[in-house]
Ligand binder design. Structure first.
Ligand code: KIV
Length: 262
């Protein structure tokens, strides 16, 4: 068995030009499937607000919910590095609160690192968390926790601002940065300018790695599918078909059959 991915693994991969492949996960069974498939990084994302809890944004997600989900995913992972996502208002109000909350992900939930959204505006927070020995992944570009400030989930195109944010989070001590919803030409320049790995989502092919929301990749979600998503399976449909078959068989007296009985 390969040894667990660490920050050093990720830096080496960037140096060698090997792509880092990341996915989100929110529970034990999928954490295990994702980990056993050989994914390098599992983000327990606050996207769980939308894809697990049925909320219309990530804003209602709480620290306690993130700790619960991160803990059950961490139990499943033997290979991937686990990153816990800091939810809205767990790191914005004060640096002290941010450090305490970041610490909970390592102390109570088994994560090896945390992620938070923002660029230059959160560089002091990144510095403080990282200074406490907690690896921090930054997240710039389309930052869903700022949906109201951005006026919606919009592709971010201000190259100067994006580059400044990327350089600032790197100097603050971030070990990696997620680039979300930005044009490929800009993410290519940022990836070249940084020594830390960039992980893209809706940011084109030039990032050091890619991340997707697990349920988008598996085709579990219904409704609007963003342009950057590729569905590799249709398990929503497969689940519906299986459940319909179960209903039919129970109603027709075909299930349970003899082999299912004691
Ligand atoms: O919350 C999340 O899942 C994320 C990823 C989409 C990067 O932030």
């Amino acid at each position: 068995m390969q040894s667990q991915v660490t920050l050093i693994t990720l830096y080496k991969m960037k140096k060698k030009g090997e792509k880092i492949v990341a996915l989100t996960a929110y529970d034990y069974p999928f954490g295990k499937i994702v980990d056993e498939s050989g994914i390098h990084m599992i983000l327990v994302g606050d996207s769980l607000g939308m894809v697990v809890q049925g909320e219309s944004s990530t804003l209602p997600v709480t620290m306690d919910q993130m700790i619960y989900h991160t803990r059950i995913v961490s139990k499943a992972a033997k290979f991937a590095i686990i990153v816990g996502d800091m939810p809205f208002m767990s790191y914005q109000a004060s640096i002290k609160q941010a450090v305490v909350n970041a610490g909970r992900f390592l102390k109570e939930a088994g994560a090896a690192a945390v992620k938070l959204e923002g660029g230059a505006g959160v560089s002091e927070t990144i510095q403080a968390i990282s200074g406490a020995g907690i690896p921090v992944q930054a997240h710039i570009g389309l930052t869903p926790q700022s949906v109201h400030k951005m006026g919606g989930y919009k592709v971010q195109r201000n190259e100067e601002q994006l580059m400044a944010d990327a350089l600032e989070v790197e100097s603050a001590g971030a070990f990696s940065v997620v680039l979300e919803g930005i044009p490929s030409t800009i993410s290519k320049k940022i990836t070249k300018a940084l020594t830390i790995p960039t992980i893209g989502i809706g940011a084109g092919p030039h990032c050091d790695g890619q991340i997707l929301v697990l349920y988008d990749l598996l085709g579990l979600n219904q409704g609007h599918i963003p342009k950057f998503v590729k569905q590799y399976a249709t398990i929503g449909d497969a689940s519906r078909n299986a459940i319909k078959q179960y209903i039919e068989e129970v109603q027709a007296g075909k299930f349970p059959a003899k082999k299912h009985c004691y």
